[in-house]
Design a protein around this ligand. Sequence first.
Ligand code: ATP
Ligand code: MG
Length: 414
Amino acid sequence: MKAEQETEEKNRALNALAHNDVRYRRYTIEEIEEATDKFASSNKIGEGGYGPVYKGKLDHTPVAIKALRPDAAQGKKQFQQEVEVLSTIRHPHMVLLLGACPEYGVLVYEYMDNGSLEDRLLQKQNTPPIPWSTRFKIAAEIATALLFLHQAKPEPLVHRDLKPANILLDRNYVSKISDVGLARLVPPSLADSVTQYHMTSAAGTFCYIDPEYQQTGMLTTRSDIYSLGIMLLQIITAKPPMGLAHQVGRAIERGRFADMLDQTVADWPVEEALRFAILALKCAELRKRDRPSLATVIVPELNRLRDLGMNTEQQRSNNIIQRRGVSSRGSSRSPLPHPKSSSQARMSNATQRGLNKLLIRKRATAKKVKRQLTRTKTRKLIPDGKESKKRSKTKRRGNRRMFVWDDKYLQDSE
Ligand SMILES: Nc1ncnc2c1ncn2[C@@H]1O[C@H](COP(=O)(O)OP(=O)(O)OP(=O)(O)O)[C@@H](O)[C@H]1O
Ligand SMILES: [Mg+2]
């Protein structure tokens, strides 16, 4: 009899566990207040569309606490449902949602020591420039995490707000996408004011929105690709997003692409950076269908560039070790070369030749595609010159810029 009772109790407990499928830690508002020192402004580390962000400590772990703006009355149940979905999505390059206080719309995330990619690109608080190899690595990481989101089951997840401010960096500059699904948590009543908020306080956000989505209201994973394209351009140029695709496109046409690269980095591999830029421009095509596939084009190409960066770093550290070994044996070898000045890095003759070759090939590719797309008005990528100027003038009337992606183009120029 007693054994029966015990089994029944055990089953009841297991049942309760199975149904009360708690995927995230629920914090009380008292715990949150204690962690943030009652939302003290000295603990505030930023503010976005959702509300202020505070640094705090919960369970002896540093955390970032995001509080929904008080004027936003969020449906408790809906919030809970959404947070449950988000807490099941895990990827090494996505910021971990540790828990929430659903009654007050508070979200608790892992704390990322190096803050946002935007702040590091702009070198806020005098942080050092991010080396090009790390930039390539970050780009590959973001693309991989994005692919994971887009392949989520049962439905793909669209991030909707990709931009350098939403890429966070840990102490080792490992990057993670933040605010995944946050747009879904903002109640419709607030959505307009959030947009307004973004437009007035940070006009930047507006520049990342897929123009086709703006026109049609149809949101798909390809909308994220547009934002990714703009962000990739910022990763190599550290320039504001407004008109950036246009500026980079023109610089390539005029053979002045190297001038667009972030000059705080002295040793850009210009040809590889150009391939990176062309991929980015393709992502930022105005029409969804002209943007490349994340799985078959973007991720493989960014992984290739990431590997190139890693190999270069490896080579560099091997050289340092070798030279140190030699000099410690009393060799009279000259010291390590100084890093190239940015003007030197701007373009060596060999690189210039390579770039010219690339532009010539690009012209050939553009010609080929133009033939294929006779019905579509395309603007060709041709370096400066009387003839090309004349042609692009007529093409410009179509008011559409099209960078023609062709895998062969990249392989050709190896
Ligand atoms: N997990 C975190 N770790 C460290 N800092 C963070 C974290 N989350 C946010 N921050 C900081 O807070 C700032 C504001 O973040 P928040 O996400 O609220 O705004 P945003 O990214 O500028 O805009 P949006 O509302 O579109 O996301 C970030 O730029 C970053 O500096
Ligand atoms: Mg954010």
